[in-house]
Design a protein around this ligand. Structure first.
Ligand SMILES: CC(C)(COP(=O)(O)OP(=O)(O)OC[C@H]1O[C@@H](n2cnc3c(N)ncnc32)[C@H](O)[C@@H]1OP(=O)(O)O)[C@@H](O)C(=O)NCCC(=O)NCCS
Length: 401
């Protein structure tokens, strides 16, 4: 058994993050750690000790995640790593156990992560809760299906001005979309608005689109110049492009698609209902294919279920198995958006990881039932659960953390 506890100073912090650093090149620099601690404080970085040596680390960003109809405190799991010298000896399990208890004590109802490998986190109660994929739009297929009347004017801004203008637009989108993380000023500065040295050859560009003087859309992108066979074969890689209204979204995409010399315009992590798919006349040319994106772990079940919105439907009784967060284990009655313990017979029985999958509305109970992750104890209960939990738009987490 390893001793797992939160880091108390920058030295421990650096060594704990150094565990995942074993798998990255180069290992985390002093500069990186000074920036990182602004968004992930010492007490949210757990370290696994063997004597004085730190052999593993697991972090949790304290942010809010938008969920259907709201936003709630969430632990954003990150920087999880175990030294290759200590793998498969239970270090990760000890860290996950301690971390989940800490999250619960802090009153964060859910945890979310991007999984480096899909086989790791199900056993700790996480379930795939959203989907995302890449869109690569070739220049010759970038026409829109319908003519869109584009108002407004685009202009480049400095990172400082972007820091003043972009967050309002981001928040407007976040109010409507589940799966989006809240961003502190330090998060914007460190992750979106910084010019990393390694990107110096193709710096980030910041564009705002204004309509009647009001900022309504923004884009952060990089261009990778190349020339082949006598023509430009450059790529425009979009880091983020968001509009506060449908017209603003269409306009910012038209701006990006119309940049000269670009053979392709590329976007990663797009959800299956990304507007660009239907804006384009030939979406199949963008070769969209999706995989798992955000995973959700329900940490405080009654709080998590009481703090999202639902569709129409009567009461539903769930029997939930949770081997790690034992406080979730048992029967729960969901009625009129409130969730309480019950002794009633269940409508559905499922593992907490399956409930995590259904939580943001992207994975249906019917899908989970079809792959034997949900047991229907009362006829029609799967359909009733879907009427309650289904949600549009689909969850969209714009960045891997
Ligand atoms: C993934 C990683 C953290 C696992 O750490 P570990 O200490 O070896 O894991 P544990 O010994 O605690 O294993 C716990 C369980 O998970 C399983 N497991 C661990 N890593 C796994 C993997 N990559 N794929 C499938 N199963 C895995 C173990 O077999 C064990 O299963 P069991 O409880 O049924 O016996 C470690 O291998 C690592 O640092 N990998 C590279 C970095 C990485 O991928 N980090 C995750 C970032 S999201």
């Amino acid at each position: 058994m390893f001793d797992v506890r939160a880091c108390t100073d920058q030295d421990e912090y650096g060594r704990a993050i150094g565990a995942i650093g074993q798998y990255f090149n180069p290992p985390p620099s002093e500069d990186f750690l000074e920036r990182f601690v602004e968004i992930l404080p010492h007490e949210r970085m757990h370290a696994a000790f063997e004597g004085d040596q730190i052999v593993g680390g697991a972090g949790a960003f304290p942010f809010e995640l938008s969920v259907p109809g709201g936003s709630l405190p969430c632990a954003g799991i990150t920087a999880v790593g175990v030294h290759p010298t200590h793998r498969r000896r239970g270090v990760l399990r000890s860290m996950m156990d301690t971390q989940l208890r800490d999250i619960h004590e802090r009153g964060e109802s859910i945890a979310a992560l991007w999984a480096s490998e899909e086989t790791i986190y199900g056993r700790f109660g996480y379930g795939i809760a959203s989907w995302a994929g890449d869109l690569n739009v070739p220049h010759e297929w970038d026409a829109f299906a319908e003519p869109v009347e584009l108002g407004g004017a685009a202009r480049f801004v400095t990172p400082e001005e972007a820091g003043e203008l972009f967050p309002t637009i981001y928040e407007a989108v976040r109010r409507e979309r589940p799966g989006m993380t809240s961003r502190s000023e330090a998060w914007w500065r460190n992750r979106q608005l910084r010019m990393p040295e390694e990107e110096a050859s193709a710096p980030r560009r910041y564009v705002v689109l204004e309509l009647d003087g009001e900022p309504v859309a923004y884009a952060i992108y990089r261009t990778h110049f190349s020339f082949g066979g006598g023509s430009a074969t450059s790529r425009l890689v979009v880091r983020e492009a968001l509009g506060a209204t449908p017209q603003a979204t269409a306009a910012i995409w038209r701006f990006l698609l119309d940049v000269d010399w670009m053979a392709t315009v590329e976007l990663s992590l797009a959800p299956p209902d990304h507007p660009l798919l239907l804006l384009l006349a030939s979406p199949r040319r963008a070769h969209y294919g999706f995989g798992d994106a955000l995973w959700i772990r329900i940490v405080d079940l009654p709080a998590a279920l009481s703090r999202r919105a639902y569709g129409e439907g009567g009461p539903l009784v769930l029997e939930v198995r949770d081997a790690i967060c034992e406080w979730n284990d048992g029967r729960w009655r969901l009625e009129d958006g409130a969730c309480d313990r019950t002794v009633e017979e269940p409508d559905l029985a499922l593992d907490v990881s399956a409930l995590g999958s259904a939580y943001l509305g992207a994975v249906s109970f019917a899908q989970l039932h079809e792959v034997l992750r949900v047991d229907e104890r009362r006829e029609g209960a799967v359909a009733r659960a879907d009427a309650l939990f289904a949600w549009r738009p689909l969850p969209w987490c714009l960045e891997i953390f």
